[in-house]
Ligand binder design. Sequence first.
Ligand SMILES: [Cu+2]
Length: 356
Amino acid sequence: MQVIGAVLVVLSVSVATISTAFAAGITGQFGGVAHAADDVMVKARQYDNEKNCSTDTSKIPNPVEYLTYFNCGNISVDDNGTVTRHFTLIAEEGKKIAVSDQNNFEAWTFNGTIPGPTMRVTEGDRVQITLINSNESEHPHSLHMHSIHPAGMDGVDHPIMPGQNFTYDFIARPFGVFPYHCHVEPIETHINRGLYGMLIIDPKEPRPHANEMVMLMNGYDLNQTDEGKMFMLPKAGEVKADNPERSNDIYTVNGKAFVYADNPINIKVNQPVRIYLVNMLEFDLVNSFHLHGNVFQYYPSGTNMTAEQTNDIVTLSQGDRGIIEFKPQYTGKYMFHAHQTEFTELGWMGYFNVTK
Ligand SMILES: [Cu+2]
């Protein structure tokens, strides 16, 4: 932990040094450019404010807070007016996470939570995500994001060894909602252990104002005695024995079973709600979201500003995601849950509490 702390300090010092030096340079030599850069910064901060970005990027949100916790990184603006957002993710193993009131899970985490932080950027931003693999880790890790980027930033070919770090650097595009996850084999283990989260790339023109929240659907196989196999085809003439079947014991949104049944989400009649929905469930082929007492507009992957369907259920395969929008019509308590009864009974269920 001390080493991580030291690395973090070094990182923040160097970022501070660079931005100070940069600010001095632009004010001294290019007053007009500095002014333009300031304008870009003001606009970026305004938009971040509308997006409900947290002012505390090192916060470790609990599952109730996770619903509306948006980490928009640390911003700087260069003399071309490009906004750069810098994020730091720390991969740690041996974490104990309460995945239900009764169960602690032997987790691997990005920044101490399952799922990892919701990172939020704007289309066209330069995004730099520094992934630090803790000194105390026993496995390499990586960061694979969905969306457009060069091969070297894809998190597949360069696992980061314990004690090492790497900065993923890319231009955010297209707008939409994307999962991110560790892509080190056996992938099912690195995912089951908890190394995933959500990246929202917002359109340059803001979506209509709404009460925004994230729901990342996941599960946990509590039996970690068999951690899965590497990709391996059978040798010639060999009949490959089936892997022992792994299955989920607990299903949740945002990491903890029944968290929004115990803490219903307060929303208001006629006030639009927007849910960024991602399915990171491993072992089960599909997951779903069903809303009671209403219908919603659904935008697959959030990559289009026009809704594709009006529905009360959306079914998603592994890694699939989208945006749900609805306006509560009546007051009262409304369930939302997976429309697979087993998933619901094992934790994937919550309530909206609609008031005037
Ligand atoms: Cu990993």
